[in-house]
Design a protein. Sequence first.
Length: 129
Amino acid sequence: MRARLWPNANAAELAEELPAMLDDATLWNFILTDDTNRTIGFAEVQLRAMFDGCPVAPYPHIEGIWVDAHIRREGGARTLLAAIEARARRDGHDRIGSDVELDNIGSQAWHTACGFAEEARSILYSKPL
């Protein structure tokens, strides 16, 4: 599922990261299952020390949220978001952060529909040496 969410990443590396991720207290992992207990989605949330738009650190930041294509637009991602929000509230947080690539219009629309407000836009640069 992680490789399907991040298709440009190395799938083997994504899989190798999983054991350490499950032991990391700053990373929250959420799994969405259907009525037959089959995994159909997931979300990863990282407690970040800094994020534009969240004035006090650390804040929960949605690193990724994904549901199977056959159940999209049926509330799966909102179910994951509700679980993230419940955990954040339980742990004393009063907001969550997220980010979206500028060309990912679908994700931008989902965030807006779920009550997220745009805080800033930026372009990341690098210079080869």
